[in-house]
Write a protein that binds this ligand. Structure first.
Ligand code: GLV
Ligand code: GLV
Length: 323
């Protein structure tokens, strides 16, 4: 059986697949495959291990309905037309849980960096602008005792909240479709309406999936309802915020600062004005980029591939309704 892998993945995942006697093709170029290339490769393989933003849409799935399994090297599956895959009985796998620590660390890092303008000052030093000790210059804001608002409190949001409570004794509020019982019990998190989340958060951190409901959820109307001292963090998906509205909100001091691990589009243009703003910190979608998380993701994706090729239920399945 043959597996197509759209990026070089950690050795631990490859080893499992090799030990299972599978024939592997890895795409090693430092660019994404075009849709036509992806289809052409998949037609010669039995399974797809997809890394990155490949569009697994309905036309891809129709063309490649022979695939026995599609394993994502990611927790997010907004790039997949899941109903179309389900209709064709193609199991889709993902990697939940193992990247929650790494992604929460990224959101926490962005929060701190924004609160102290750290990325900006680092760049200024490189431009010869060390500055002087001025009691009123380079001022950040402190996080102790502030309110953390989480949009989409799942596994990652839970870890972010834990960090903010442990480090700063922050109060946690959240907005979800469903109540997160564990977060309410363990973290004393309080479920609020979206408007209350906007009005009360000192730090508003996004950890929801990108869906038709959350697309563009953080737009002008939302930023207008936030505190002028608020920090907006998005380590989930760039499509959840409107980047022009965010830029305007920062320019007009409607909110205080923003930290993004995800942008819209990706990659962000090198001349994007957000990159020059003092109260902004941006990272190139590295939420899960730790040795620990990526090894675990590669192993989970490999296990999904192996199960799918044997016709067994995937251990980490996005569309269990096919079984
Ligand atoms: C990365 O963004 C993921 O969804 O794992
Ligand atoms: C994030 O919200 C998750 O489900 O891990």
């Amino acid at each position: 059986m043959k597996v197509f892998i759209t990026r070089v993945i950690p050795e631990k995942g490859l080893q499992l697949l090799q030990e299972a006697g599978l024939q592997l093709t890895q795409w090693t170029e430092k660019r994404d495959l075009t849709p036509a290339e992806l289809i052409a490769y998949c037609k010669q393989h039995d399974a797809l291990l997809s890394v990155g933003p490949n569009k697994i849409n309905s036309s891809f799935l129709q063309e490649c309905s022979h695939l026995k399994v599609i394993a994502l090297h990611a927790v997010g599956f907004d790039n997949v037309d899941v109903p179309a895959a389900t209709a064709l009985k193609i199991p889709i796998g993902n990697t939940p849980g193992v990247l929650s620590n790494a992604t929460a660390d990224t959101a926490f890092l962005l929060m701190l960096a924004v609160s102290r303008k750290a990325f900006y000052m680092h760049k200024q030093i490189g431009k010869g602008q060390w500055g002087f000790f001025e009691p009123t210059a380079n001022l950040g804001i402190e996080l102790s005792g502030k309110t953390l608002g989480i949009a989409g409190l799942g596994k990652i949001g839970f870890e972010m909240a834990k960090r903010c409570i442990g480090a700063y004794g922050m109060k946690v509020i959240y907005h979800n479709r469903h109540t997160n019982q564990e977060a309410e019990e363990v973290l004393k998190a309080e479920k609020v309406s979206f408007d209350e989340l906007l009005a009360q958060s000192d730090v508003l951190s996004v950890h929801t999936a990108l869906t038709p409901e959350t697309k563009g959820m953080f737009n002008k109307a939302a930023f207008d309802k936030m505190k002028r001292s608020a920090i907006f963090i998005n380590a989930a998906r760039g499509g959840i915020h409107n980047e022009t509205d965010l830029l305007n909100a920062l320019n007009e001091k409607v909110i205080w600062g923003a930290g993004l691990d995800v942008t819209n589009p990706e990659p962000m243009a090198a001349d994007n004005p957000l990159l020059e703003m003092p109260n902004v910190a941006i990272l190139p979608h590295i939420g899960s980029a730790t040795v620990e998380a990526r090894d675990a993701m590669a192993i989970m994706a490999a296990k999904n591939i192996m199960a799918g090729l044997k016709g067994e239920r995937l251990p980490f399945v996005v569309n269990p309704e096919i079984y």
